[in-house]
Design a protein around this ligand. Structure first.
Ligand SMILES: C[S@@+](CC[C@H](N)C(=O)[O-])C[C@H]1O[C@@H](n2cnc3c(N)ncnc32)[C@H](O)[C@@H]1O
Length: 443
């Protein structure tokens, strides 16, 4: 028999260790950690929390450890983060937190470290205030983010960086998108209210509904029956900004898992064609699955959107380029990004974004529109990419801020200081997102 609650701690520790030690993404790591169904939700909450607050907790741990943090095995690092997270943030009874985490040490093959974990967690209970004060003297500890990212934000957003970092550490809302053509947002809210769920309509995204208390989406009949999808309100702006109309040919160039593809088809049922491309075959399969749940179809292609053989000869009226990016706008949903992203990756990402934008422009009809989007908050992937593109492309015009695209109900946002629209975490309740609407001059 295992110590009560040790199984969920062990699953969380395995997942966090896989992120820290092997660079695995947290969701995949949790799946591989194979917690029993009854432990899954708690294991997930522990792993997410430990990584969300891990940069602060790590600064606590280094004060407790006899040897440097980097000399510790990933399992020991993970045990410390998961144990300290329970004591500081999760409201777990201290005795249960310590004894179940020490028991988990044995279950994850770190038996030799059980005494160390026990000693560190008990000393934390005794010296909590001094240890937290020590951690908060460092920038990484104070904001619970890696130094490089906090410093980059200070340069990119000198008046907003603190608010962004705070928002990144908050729990994200669960936002639904009512499936137009099947149900209105009001009817979806009424259906959910019948089961006691409180929702809030998002003022600037016409199909978006925030749930007051997040739930397991697979248990919602409206989701299972394809009357709604899960999508952050900022991501729900892509389809309206593209402003496609009946009869148009639309290309969704980086489409998987198909969140925005579905919205595009819901908004304009009479498109003449929607081609959805993704380079990742496994992810591309999810486009078909997600569309099938919503009763929609598209021409799904697997390949590099920069390759003309994948895209074909014909020109498109509308192109969505939801570019691969650092994901620094969605840290509140994916706290593993704090640990996995490296600053040295940024120039490569920006180059890839620029190449995709240039390649796809050639497939846009004169008079047509391309929407460039990222879920990054970094200038290098957003305004800088678009600014460079506009400089080099004589027939491209930025129309993001034209009156016809005005999004009513959007609260005041920070000035982008450059082309496009920026939604920063902490301002409109959304993830961080960037959009630039570019039109090709008809010559
Ligand atoms: C931000 S995600 C897209 C999210 C999607 N638009 C949605 O709303 O569900 C970026 C996608 O770009 C794909 N990708 C990366 N490089 C690509 C390329 N050169 N061509 C096509 N797809 C690419 C990735 O596999 C990933 O699925």
């Amino acid at each position: 028999m295992t110590e009560s609650g040790a199984d969920s701690r062990a699953a969380a520790v395995r997942a966090v260790a896989a992120v820290l030690g092997h660079g695995v993404m947290l969701e995949a790591a949790l799946e591989a950690a194979a917690a029993a169904p009854s432990d899954r939700a708690f294991a997930q909450a522990l792993a997410f929390g430990a990584l969300r607050f891990g940069h602060r907790l790590r600064r606590v741990a280094v004060q407790l450890l006899p040897r440097p943090w980097d000399d510790q095995k990933p399992a020991v690092q993970a045990l410390l983060l998961v144990g300290l997270y329970q004591l500081e943030y999760a409201g777990t009874a201290p005795h249960a937190a310590v004894s179940a985490t020490v028991a988990a040490a044995r279950m994850v093959g770190a038996t030799g470290a059980a005494g160390l974990i026990n000693a560190c967690l008990r000393r934390y209970q005794r010296e909590r205030e001094a240890l937290l004060a020590g951690a908060d003297e460092t920038q990484a500890g104070r904001w619970s983010h890696p130094d490089w990212f906090a410093e980059q934000l200070m340069r990119d957003w000198p008046d907003h960086w603190e608010r962004i970092l705070e928002a990144n550490n908050a729990h994200p809302p669960l936002t639904l998108r009512a499936r137009r053509g099947r149900i209105s947002r009001d009817s979806l809210a009424a259906e959910l209210a019948e089961t006691g769920m409180v929702t809030h309509a998002v003022s600037f995204a016409t199909d978006a509904l925030d749930l007051e208390v997040p739930t397991d989406i697979r248990s919602l009949p409206a989701f299972v029956a394809g009357r709604c999808s899960v999508q952050d309100a900022a991501a729900q702006l892509a389809a309206p900004l593209l402003a496609a109309g009946p009869g148009m040919r639309v290309l969704d160039a980086c489409a998987a898992p198909g969140g925005k593809t579905g919205h595009l088809l819901e908004l304009v049922p009479g498109l003449s064609e929607l081609v959805a491309v993704d380079i990742d075959a496994q992810r591309a399969r999810r486009i078909r699955d997600n569309l099938a749940r919503l009763g929609l179809t598209a021409d799904v292609r697997i390949g590099d959107a920069a390759n003309p053989q994948v895209i074909g000869e014909a020109l498109y009226d509308r192109i969505l380029l939801d570019a691969p990016c650092s994901g620094t706008g969605v840290i509140r949903r994916h706290p593993d990004i704090k640990w996995l992203r490296r600053p040295r990756e940024l120039p490569g990402l920006a180059a890839r974004q620029r190449d995709l934008l240039q390649a796809l422009w050639r497939h846009l009809k004169p008079g047509g529109r391309l929407v460039y989007a990222t879920c990054s908050v970094l200038r290098a992937e957003n305004m800088a990419v678009v600014q460079g593109f506009l400089r080099e492309t004589a027939d491209a015009v930025d129309v993001t801020n034209s009156a016809s695209l005005a999004l009513t109900g959007l609260p005041p946002l920070p000035e982008p200081r450059g082309p496009g629209l920026v939604l920063l975490p902490g301002y409109a309740g959304t993830d961080g997102f960037y959009y630039a609407c570019l039109e090709r001059r008809a010559t």
